[in-house]
Design a protein around this ligand. Sequence first.
Ligand SMILES: [Zn+2]
Ligand SMILES: [Zn+2]
Length: 117
Amino acid sequence: MSGAFDPFRPPLVGAATWQAVMAAAGWVCECTGQCGKTHAKTAGRCGIAHGSAHCLAVVPADPTVSLREAVTGADLVALCAGCQTAVKRAATKAAEQATADSTDHLDLFDLTGGEAA
Ligand SMILES: [Zn+2]
Ligand SMILES: [Zn+2]
């Protein structure tokens, strides 16, 4: 994949992956409420478009998945900075809660199916 190089490309994932995810998202934040907001004003989807004012990032749909695992096949989504921060915060909070309740261990490490690269 060659062509225009986006100056806003975050260094998180490869350019080709980033562009594919962004194109699939229509260059608009894909958050549909996972950040905790309902985005009711924009039909349930965040609606912030990628551009000079907002720089969308491509992140794992499941924030508990490491990016290294994510780029090898997990779901990736385009999120604006605000949603990304909120989603991460929610995930961190959930993880902390899970740790606090860890007397009852769930299969937290059995989510990816073991596709070692
Ligand atoms: Zn957003
Ligand atoms: Zn959101």
